[in-house]
Ligand binder design. Structure first.
Ligand code: SF4
Length: 201
């Protein structure tokens, strides 16, 4: 595996899968937006978006990990078919699966993808990022219309399908009110988890 094909990396005993280096946001706090390819010393840029079989063929022994996390560098749900196939493979080994997402998958695919995800994904972590549309737009520069509303809808629906739903926002970003983000998350029945800049996992 060379640097242009870094499909997985490890953080604190979890196996992180990098299946897509694209997304529909241009978050100002994201290394990618700043032209930095590296996360945790791993170069996560991809020469091509991989097929499920290509990722699976490179995976280490899953039994050595407590959890598989679809995270990467882009938005995993942009590669929904591949994500589902890889997660299905991982579940055959009884390993926990988690999806870190921007919560825009239903808008991208123009349908509700949550039931399909819930068949093979145990928990989701959804980036709310802000307490209102203006702050979200300022920090995330969404390319899709009504993106912030769509994130709310995704959270509200996700709590009915996944055993664990975490909602995140980054502490210390200008204009982001962490307590309001917490209130929004908890109102939907999700668990709020503050994040910190440059910390993945
Ligand atoms: S959604 Fe994630 S990968 Fe995309 S720009 Fe924002 S932080 Fe970066």
């Amino acid at each position: 595996m060379n640097n242009t094909e870094r499909y997985w990396y490890e953080i604190r005993g979890s196996l992180y899968l990098n299946i897509c280096d694209r997304c529909t946001l241009r978050c100002q706090f994201c290394p990618k937006t700043q032209g930095i390819n590296q996360v945790h010393h791993y170069d996560l840029s991809l020469a091509r978006q991989p097929e499920a079989e290509q990722v699976i063929a490179t995976l280490p022994d899953l039994m050595n990990y407590k959890e598989v996390v679809f995270c990467g560098y882009g938005e995993p749900t942009l590669r929904l078919k591949q994500l589902l196939a890889i997660a299905r493979y991982c579940k055959k080994y009884g390993i926990r699966t988690r999806l870190n997402t921007d919560g825009l998958g239903n808008v991208v695919h123009k349908r509700d993808i949550i039931p399909e995800l819930a068949e093979v994904v145990d928990s989701v972590s959804i980036s709310l990022n802000a307490q209102d549309t203006e702050t979200y737009t300022n920090h995330c520069q969404p390319q899709l219309k009504s993106a912030y509303l769509a994130v709310h809808q995704f959270i509200r629906r996700a709590v009915d399908f996944f055993a664990e739903v975490r909602v995140t926002a980054i502490e210390g970003l200008e204009g982001v009110d962490i307590e309001q983000c917490r209130t929004i998350a908890e109102r939907y029945g999700a668990t709020f988890v503050p994040r910190y800049l440059d910390k993945v996992g």
